[in-house]
Design a protein around this ligand. Structure first.
Ligand code: NAP
Length: 308
């Protein structure tokens, strides 16, 4: 067990967690940030970000994450990467945070472990993962140069990633289960202007097919009930996200999707545990919003520790 007692432990080194760290570090609060991977979170899988204020030309996701990490470290935040939190126990005088390596004690906790991709759950999805099936256009898009691909989903992720893929591929079939997109109209407009994009609406993926690699996708038209086979070499799936909250089951109150419920101060149902970013119930999954929530959580921690 670590004999150091922290003022605050932050779980997750995405924009929410790193912003919290910048604030608590700058307040001279003894801060430890744990990330099961490398800091940056989803930023590491994002190409150019055009809607983060202050960068009119856009900024590369990985670069933005690296800058946030550097800023947190500048204010004395201890960062431990590749250290996954297994459990949290708030029942004692201090909160215990257990990883595979250590048990840490802290006066307060900010939980910002983000979210992960949701699987589609059709035959072929698991079998062809890395053999044509992907959840990350930024990572895998360039591998599909001059090929035909399908993108599944109708939210911002699917729309933006489909647009990004048009830089490389010869054709994108954008397959969505309804007749309207959930994502931004601006991006829909950009896709409509792009002659590499085919919209396949009111259609549900049935299976992803192939031998060694993906060769086609079967979809069912919801209106006609007909199955159709589209020849593609890649299938990019963007059907939403799930929160990384398993280690907090039974500790804090969550909504039916497993997202953490908070009040306006980012306080969870446990008074010294706060949440910020994608993991929070009602979050809008925007970098700027995660930063804002990370700020509020850090200021709430400061107020709590003043009372301590
Ligand atoms: P999302 O908004 O929840 O969209 C998921 C899409 O997948 C929906 O269109 C949904 O269809 C479809 N879907 C879900 N389950 C499906 C299934 N089993 N089969 C077929 N289709 C299925 O998820 P997201 O696009 O990952 O975005 C999540 C959040 O992140 C949103 O708040 C989004 O605005 C935000 N985001 C923002 C940006 C940005 O601002 N740059 C980029 C990416 C994401 P229905 O529409 O019928 O429900």
């Amino acid at each position: 067990m670590s004999d150091r007692i922290y003022d605050v432990i932050i779980i997750g080194g995405g924009p929410g967690g790193l912003t919290s760290g910048i604030y608590t570090g700058r307040e001279n609060l003894r801060t430890l940030l744990l990330d099961k991977m490398l800091c940056g979170g989803w930023l590491n899988m994002t190409g150019v970000i055009e809607n983060y204020p202050g960068f009119p030309e856009g900024i590369n996701g990985m670069e933005l994450g690296a800058r946030m990490k550097e800023q947190a470290q500048k204010f004395g935040v201890g960062i431990r990467e590749l250290e996954e939190v297994k459990s949290v126990d708030p029942s004692g005088e201090m909160i215990s945070v257990e990883t595979a390596k250590e048990v840490y004690k802290t006066r307060s906790l900010i939980v910002s472990p983000g979210s992960r991709v949701r699987e589609l759950g059709v035959p072929g999805e698991k079998e062809f993962l890395g053999k044509g099936v992907s959840y990350c256009a930024t990572c895998d898009g360039p591998l599909f140069r001059d090929r035909i691909v399908a993108v599944i989903g109708g939210g911002n992720a699917a729309l933006e990633e489909a647009l990004f893929l048009t830089k490389f591929v010869s054709r994108v079939y954008l397959i969505h289960r309804r007749d309207k997109f959930r994502g931004e109209k601006y991006v829909v407009g950009e896709l409509e202007k792009n002659d590499k994009v085919n919209f396949v609406m009111n259609s549900l993926p049935v299976s992803i097919n192939g031998n060694k690699d993906v060769e086609s996708i079967t979809i069912k038209n919801k209106e006609t009930g007909q199955d159709e086979l589209i020849e593609v070499e890649g299938v990019f799936i963007f059907v939403g996200v799930e929160p990384n909250t398993e280690f907090l089951q039974g500790v804090v109150e969550m909504d039916e999707g497993g997202f953490i419920k908070t009040d306006v101060n980012m306080r969870s149902s446990v008074p010294a545990i706060f949440a910020a970013g994608d993991v929070r119930s009602g979050n809008v999954r925007q970098i700027s919003a995660a930063c804002g929530e990370g700020t509020v959580a850090a200021l709430s921690v400061r107020n709590l520790l003043v009372e301590y």
